[in-house]
Design a protein around this ligand. Structure first.
Ligand SMILES: Nc1ncnc2c1ncn2[C@@H]1O[C@H](COP(=O)(O)OP(=O)(O)OP(=O)(O)O)[C@@H](O)[C@H]1O
Ligand SMILES: [Zn+2]
Length: 284
């Protein structure tokens, strides 16, 4: 049996599966402190004969197997979790279980690759555009992580000429996340993104930034597909806007797949991370 933990900043999703593609059972618990939350994690997995478990966590994480702090959450603003050795604690409780460990967005990218909008391809970039922006990258069928994991949500973008918002990233102010995550839209226009009409200029500006994000990953990792999920992407009008702005910006400098197949919405919705974690566990 396979287990999955999708450790998010507000909630943990715990799930089990036989084949890795069907979620047999799942619960969602609140993220409070490692003591409280992990006690519930252990209580849950004590009930199932799990042999491999995929642990996909909010970050930043130490994913460098050659380093001393491998398996821990590092510099998170969530203070009780800072420098918490989440993988080490899991291994100590379940010494016979095999573990896969990566970021929540990497797992979602892997889920989409194995069973979602990028099924059948080898190279995908998965973007989530929600309260923050994150990217999971699969290159040649493998998660891209090196000295650390990608944090492409904080890449720098060129400012839209219509945009005077300073940006809300506490580290970089006007990086991609600072200008294009949900809170940026809300702060720029004074109301929640969901309340803005589909023809509001907000979406043109958003489309511009996300097109730049697509251009930058096209030029660096040359994926076969770019998948978008997260709350902000519930606005379907964004997709044609991103495709059009991308085409204009990249100006035929490199070849890329047909745009309607290249920049696409997530298929597995809320299951992407869990299914990705199962599949990574299966291969661990
Ligand atoms: N239908 C919608 N249209 C536009 N924006 C939306 C919509 N639904 C949610 N959002 C925005 O998406 C953001 C929340 O994103 P999401 O639902 O992915 O939650 P999250 O899990 O907190 O995000 P993250 O993955 O970054 O932690 C909020 O800023 C919200 O305003
Ligand atoms: Zn930033």
């Amino acid at each position: 049996m396979l287990g999955a933990i999708e450790a998010g900043g507000t909630k943990f999703v715990l799930a089990v599966s036989e084949d890795g593609l069907t979620v047999e059972h799942r619960v969602s618990i609140k993220t409070t402190t490692p003591e409280e939350t992990m006690a519930q994690v252990f209580a849950y997995f004590d009930k199932y004969p799990v042999t491999a478990l995929g642990l996909a966590s909010f970050g930043p994480l130490n994913v460098n197997v050659r380093s001393k702090g491998y398996g821990s959450i590092t510099n998170t603003p969530k203070l009780p979790w800072r420098h918490y050795d989440i993988l080490g604690d899991m291994k100590a409780h379940y010494p016979d279980v095999r573990f896969a460990f990566t970021t929540d967005v990497n797992a979602a990218a892997y889920g989409e690759l194995k069973a979602g909008a990028a099924k059948g391809v080898q190279d995908v970039v998965y973007w989530t555009v929600g309260t923050g922006i994150g990217a999971g990258i699969v290159s040649n069928g493998k998660l891209l992580q090196g000295y650390s994991h990608p944090e492409a949500g904080h890449m720098l973008v060129r400012r839209d000429p219509r945009d005077e918002f300073a940006g809300f990233c506490p580290y970089h102010h006007d990086c991609l996340e600072g200008l294009a995550a949900g809170p940026a839209i809300e702060q720029r226009f004074g109301k929640p993104a969901i309340e803005l009409a589909p023809d509001h200029v907000a979406w043109e500006i958003e489309g511009n930034y996300l097109a730049q994000a697509c251009m930058n990953v096209t030029l660096t990792v040359a994926p076969e597909r770019i998948v978008f999920g997260g709350g902000v992407m519930h606005q379907p009008q964004l997709f044609p806007m991103i495709r059009e702005a991308f085409k204009e910006k990249i100006a035929d400098y490199v070849e890329y797949p047909a745009l309607d197949d290249y920049i696409v919405p997530i298929a597995l919705k809320d299951d992407a991370g869990v299914i990705g974690a199962f599949m990574l566990a299966k291969e661990a």
